[in-house]
Write a protein that binds this ligand. Structure first.
Ligand code: BG6
Length: 523
């Protein structure tokens, strides 16, 4: 897909506009001076590097959010020299300020690496030592695995074997390793990957990224819940009827069929992003805002998820796959016709599930999780539907029932918090009018805005693991989701459950009957 050259990176304009105020807001950007370091990107000629990492680093650079000195050692199989690598990462993009770009790109170096060879990783270690000595980066390193997940085990193993992980044990100089979701294919392979990672790295060195958790509005959920006294007392089964968490996308599978055919929506979105959103909304207040205290509470929420009733899946789960249809009046092809997809594929691109959390706070409150591709709008939100008034004194004068209050935490594209409530319509008669109290997250704020990758990279450089998955959380979520996946994949007729929905519609018909109020997951 052609990149938008004017705005190659969402948020860039905002950040560049906010540049004048950068120093003023610096205290909100970084907690203190950052230690110099080398960011070693494995998979440096790939899509993730050029689409996400380089723009995120550039924005940090523009906002004085990078350490000094700071280097990138890009690793890849393709033979390239430093100037060719610098050209590659900037190709086809306009970063708005050529002088700044040149200065930024000078920090990028290239190391050709054969990912299967211990000798090659040893020579990488030598090159890093040489760069450290020449640029005074103090031996601090972050290894970012931006490769296909199939290489994680091999790379973690080799980095550990040549001792690159052990160098960072004890914290100084630091060595950290970053891996992206998906954290393996199932519980067994997740445990296996962790065993390999643990041979070379301690848990405090491992940063498992989930870019959803690093979104500003997702981080704001904890502040909203726990920095205000008025919401927490009503945040439970006594006042909340149900919760609907939605991540709707307009995009199809794009060029990722190889991965998606193995993953489907349950592994791609539910095992990670959707369950993280659920945990932010359902977890108990941690005693302190510290990485492990917060992650402890999330893990407790994951462990309280009621096991999915595998024998009554249809009562709790709707699966769909997009067929051909229209998006913005343009015809789009069906999932099965996308390049690289098996024409008989039964991989779901849409799921809606009803889950329960078995604890005192949430007993009996359904959480509806919905995510799908090729839906009519991009929308990520958490809608909390409160119970209706217990008794309506207006029942003699109103024909309709009094609607329930709904609190909506808009994650994207609308970054809002919205509460609906009832008022009287002006006039002689008593008629209800539902109105909204709304807060727009970015309104009246003119400082730099960090997107999810900027925030994740910054936190990793600061050694703050708050927004990263801990292994017990990864395993708890696989334990929850695997029985659902297995029940779907291993039944006698796995395709039976899958309902095709035309691209550009709000998913298959069954979704309307599972969720009580479809307006809560549609724009
Ligand atoms: C990724 C999934 O993790 O998240 C993609 O692999 C999905 O399939 C993407 O499109 C959605 O992210 P966002 O931030 O655009 O909602």
């Amino acid at each position: 897909m052609k990149e938008d050259l004017k705005n190659p990176h969402p948020g860039l304009e905002t950040v560049v506009q906010g540049l004048a105020q950068a120093s003023e807001h610096a205290s909100c950007l970084v907690k203190g001076p950052l230690d110099p370091c080398i960011l070693v990107i494995m998979g440096a000629s790939g899509d993730l590097t050029t689409r996400k990492l380089v723009p995120a680093l550039f924005n940090l650079f523009m906002n004085k959010g990078l350490p000094k000195p700071f280097l990138v050692a890009g690793c890849g199989r393709t033979p390239l020299d430093d100037p060719a690598f610098r050209e590659h990462i900037g190709a086809g993009r306009d970063f708005g300020d050529p002088r700044a770009w040149t200065e930024f790109a000078a920090a990028f170096h290239y190391v050709q690496v054969d990912y299967d060879s211990e000798a090659s990783i040893r020579s990488l270690a030598d090159r890093l030592a040489e760069l450290d000595a020449r640029h005074h980066t103090g031996g601090n390193r972050i290894f970012y695995l931006a490769t296909p997940p199939s290489l994680y085990q091999t790379l973690a193993d080799l980095l550990g074997r040549v001792g690159l992980g052990a160098q960072g044990r004890g914290g100084r100089p630091f060595t950290r390793i970053v891996i992206e979701k998906p954290f393996s294919h199932d519980l067994e392979t997740a445990v296996q990957l962790n065993r390999i990672l643990a041979r070379g790295f301690e848990e405090s060195q491992i940063f498992r990224i989930d870019h959803y958790v690093a979104k500003e509005t997702v981080q704001n959920i904890l502040v909203f819940r726990f920095a205000n006294a008025i919401f927490e007392p009503i945040w439970d089964r006594r006042f909340i009827d149900y919760v609907s968490i939605t991540a709707a996308e307009t995009l199809g599978v794009e060029h990722r069929a190889g991965y998606y055919e193995q993953a489907g929506v349950l592994r791609d979105m539910f095992q990670n992003h959707m369950l993280q959103l659920l945990a932010m909304c359902a977890m108990e207040p941690p005693a302190r805002f510290e990485p492990d205290r917060v992650r402890d509470e999330k893990v407790k929420a994951f462990r309280s998820l009621r096991p999915f009733p595998a024998d009554r899946l249809d009562d709790h789960l709707v699966l769909g796959q997009y067929g051909s249809g229209k998006m913005n009046d343009r015809p789009v092809q069906a999932y099965r016709e996308e390049p690289g997809v098996d024409p008989g594929s039964i991989v779901p691109t849409f799921a809606m599930m009803r889950v329960f959390i078995d604890n005192w706070r949430w007993q009996g409150v359904p959480f509806y999780l919905t995510s799908g591709k090729r839906l009519p709008g991009k929308l990520t939100q958490i809608a909390i539907r409160f119970k209706r008034v217990p008794h309506s004194m207006f029942r003699h004068v109103l024909t309709e029932t009094v609607p329930a209050n709904v609190l909506t935490l808009g994650i994207q594209p609308e970054e809002t918090i919205r509460l609906t409530f009832q008022t009287k319509n002006p006039g002689a008669e008593v008629c209800l009018r539902t109105v909204r109290l709304e807060f727009d997250y970015l309104k009246d704020y003119d400082g730099p805005v960090l997107d999810a990758y900027e925030k994740a990279l910054l936190d990793c450089m600061q050694g703050d693991q708050m927004l990263f998955w801990r292994q017990d959380g990864v395993e708890a979520c696989w334990s929850f989701i695997m029985p659902v996946i297995e029940a779907c994949e291993q039944c006698q007729d796995p395709g039976r459950r899958l309902r095709v929905y035309p691209a550009g519609t709000w998913g298959p018909p069954g979704a309307e009957t599972l969720l009580p109020d479809t307006a809560l997951w549609r724009t």
